[in-house]
Design a binder for this molecule. Sequence first.
Ligand code: SF4
Length: 729
Amino acid sequence: MSLAELFHQETGPLTRELLRQPGRFGLGQVPADLRPDAVTDMVCGFCATGCGLRVHLQDGQAVNLTPTTDYPVNLGMACPKGWEALRVLDSPERAAVPLLRDAQGRQRPVDWDTALTQFVRRFQAIQQEHGPEAVAFLSTGQMVTEELAFLGALAKFGMGMRHGDGNTRQCMASAVTAYKESFGFDAPPYTYADLEESDVIVLVGSNLCIAHPILWERVMRNRHQPQIIVVDPRMTETAMNATLHVRPKPKSDLALFYGIARILIETGRVDREFIAASTRDFEAFAEFTAEFSEERVVEETGVDADVLHRMADMICPGQRVSFWWTMGVNQSHQGVRTAQALINLALMTGSIGRPGTGANSITGQCNAMGSRLFSNTTALPGGHDFRNPRHRQKIADILGIDVKRIPEDSGLPYHRILEEILRGRIRGLWVVCTNPAHSWINQMQCRDILDRLDFLVVQDMYHTTETARLAHLVLPAAGWGEKDGTFINSERRVGVVRQVRRAPGQALSDFRIFRLIAQRWGCADLFSSWTSPAAVFEILKRCTQGQPCDITGIGTYDDLEAAGGIQWPAPEASGRPERERRLYTDGRFFHDDRRARFVWARPEPLPERPGGRFPLLLMTGRGSAAQWHTQTRTRQSSVLRRLALRDSVVEVSPTDAAALNIATGDQIEVISQRGRVRARAVLTHAVRPGEVFMPMHDEGVNRLTYAAFDPHSSQPAYKACAVRIARMT
Ligand code: SF4
């Protein structure tokens, strides 16, 4: 029995029950007894698909929602998380008052004045004693763009911090680096309509069916009867629906794609005209791929030769081929080069800039794309470069600050910030809207590191997250639906979110908290024009002028709502925005010579290979469409809880299970060098002998994972570590 079958068995009756309830899951219907008197359209606050939701209001407060039928992203559809987006806001776990740890180690309610005084006093004391670099922040792809821009500017330009990073490092840093190196800017090419235009859809490390279910629905709307290639070591729900399921050994996909490239080159099935006009370094790349003989690729990947050739036949030029990837590529010790191997295939076959094509990274969090461009962590606002003096001066002029306040590099990435805490050089940490004590790789080490801080502040909607429980100070924050701002989805579409209900208790919007901190810190004069999210949106628009992500042509939030979101670029005087738009239609990229680059490198071995006492390879991934990351929000909904599996599970191949006398339903232990967790065994051919799989949402999974990182993107490699399993005695 696979996880998919188990999921269906456990949740099927509830799904059927919900579907029978008119107004609950029926499109465009609202229960009559609620009598809404107004509606407002906004985008969902869970995933980067960025679906439009129509929120129904009664006396100005949200009473229900339905998917927006004419929003170009979801066309009237929503997944269970979207349907439950309002319900997860009502929870006894909501942080409603500031909490301060007392001398006995207990978190006690305090008023905002005390909380802010402590925040400033403790962080400033650390900076005075150990230098401004001794305090850092960890941000998020879950806040609205205006707030994450405010956090980055306040921390780095106002409070003098040098180091800050986002939880986006965990999900798409590899795609960012790949795009920057290959295209000259972090600019994904596609629009979701490409899913409906392709003849061939190549999904790599992406369980689209459950991770991005609305995008899978867009695939199902494709009238060209597309061939679907799924590249994944595991038989996922998506792979079950593929025309061709290619199952390489875990993390051998780089060799696979170089092998496909070699076949296409040697058989002359490349787009010479596009390569000559729009790219650089193809000949050297072609020479490199000659190393990847059929025998070598079969040996390294475990993929049969006829499957290699079938895949090459399907993606050759002349077809509308689109390549899509998610965490199976990004969360790898060679994520950047693997993403670029897909980009190389798109470039050499001319599969870019035309309908139904593209080398397309699908992001995870609702505002990952906003974070990439505006969070002031890896790039200055508008995708500018910290190291470029002209860029620093431009941003300083727009913000009206002394350019000396802007650091000359982006500071340390996430894992290096944690290392510096371990070394005692960073002693204060401000964690906003993320939960590293659950989600960071090698969790027990992460918790040990967080425990060493002199002062840990967590600003969050919920006081019960694993990280909030460790905090010296918890600042209660409003959530999605309780504040205004914008998100940018995977296809570069800027969408609006609105305040449609009041935050509980004394919780404030993150924006309001940043303003209060700026005042208390003594740097409010730097942010005198940052009076509201709408005002900051105007500032951010000016930061993008002349950049590939120029959005100076976008008007107000109302304009965004009326347009159904607007994809960047949208420069001033560009006229009425198109509903759907892709990049590189003219074959010109963002490097100075306007050519894309072929980028490659030799595959590296797994950082932690199975063997000895740990003979199995653990893969992790999405569990169900009803679960979101650490489940901080989704576990607040009884519907979503019932649509997810009840307890931790691990998929085991029947061969491995037989050797250990394990049956489906047995409680077993999964053990790595770093920790152990209990889980229910699910025997299935979805994983092969030597491999096991666990959903990423369970709190214990990252006790097992091994902290390896892509050397170019610093993204953690969550998808492969060595474990053993054993029956509970
Ligand atoms: S697919 Fe993503 S954006 Fe759409 S409703 Fe579900 S969680 Fe929200």
